[in-house]
Design a protein around this ligand. Sequence first.
Ligand code: KG4
Ligand code: ZN
Length: 350
Amino acid sequence: MRAFTVLGIETSCDETAAAVVRGRAPGPGKILSNIVLSQLEEHAPFGGVVPEIAARAHVEAIDTIIEEALAEADVSPDELDAVAATAGPGLIGGVMVGLTTAKALALAWDKPLIAINHLEAHALTARLTGGVEFPYLLLLISGGHCQLLAIEGVGQFRLYGTTIDDAVGEAFDKAAKLLGLPYPGGPNIEALARKGDPKRYALPRPMLGRAGADFSFSGLKTAVRQIAQHPDFESSDRADLAASFQAAVIESLCDRVQSAMQSFRAEMNADVDPVLVVAGGVAANAAIRTALTEKAGSLSFHTVIAPPQLCTDNAAMVAWGGIERTQLGMFDGLATGPKARWPLASLSAS
Ligand code: KG4
Ligand code: ZN
């Protein structure tokens, strides 16, 4: 059967991105182009993403980024099978820019439109890169989300656990701010932690050993604040605090994943080789990748994690989501609206 070629557009946060991907489910797919323009410089003075600035920057960049993606892929619009864009969840102004552009292109080129859930795009990336078969266990760790799910098919998810307060990426970003590190905090904490002693500060490990697979990170953030704002805290202590924070996050993640792995295995068909997929921006963290791979291995799970540049926001994952949905004939009408909130569990219900 022939492969599909889809243009993907991503504008839900602070990356303006377009990509062309070719392939068939279950993958792997071929990334023909993957253009990501980060707005880091626009937001850096504010210590976080400013929605209005993000939306304007998307408007300014989107046309050029799409032209570049098509040119680099050497694909003309008539060779496309569909146009896919993130329709949520995310910052609504940005989502509107990408989705409206996709609608205009779909109409002008007479191609089907696909409204992609950003979380589903992260969830399916392991099929784009590794051709992973359903079902698999997914740990989704990003700036706004922290969830453990069984991925049983396109639009078919079962939730094991979620955060009861902060997302793990949010915890990284807040801890970074407390340590005086610039946004985005994750990569900066990771770099600083490499120079520190992870045992120096005894930070809490929220939810450790609890039944179920829910997460909590706000207590950890409070503990970091108390240490960082103590009068005796010196800038030479920062690397130790960054390392101790990251070690606490890793232990919490490993414990929660272990609990979900046990549930997944108990519910799964015995002849399926169990796979843990880790996705979302925080999965770019090398220490987290290593620890989760070891933990999964100890329970005979195989681990699949996309390369770091496909863990953080990009449009190749959106295009791949478009390929999966094209293959199933799951297209959307031009009346589809942007959604600021759009939980994965609601896709399973529709
Ligand atoms: O998936 P993503 O690019 O955007 C969202 O959909 O949220 O994730 C962004 C989050 C940010 O909180 C960022 O600090 C975190 O991922 N992040 C990291 C690393 N790289 C990005 N966290 C820890 N270590 C990293 N290397
Ligand atoms: Zn994301």
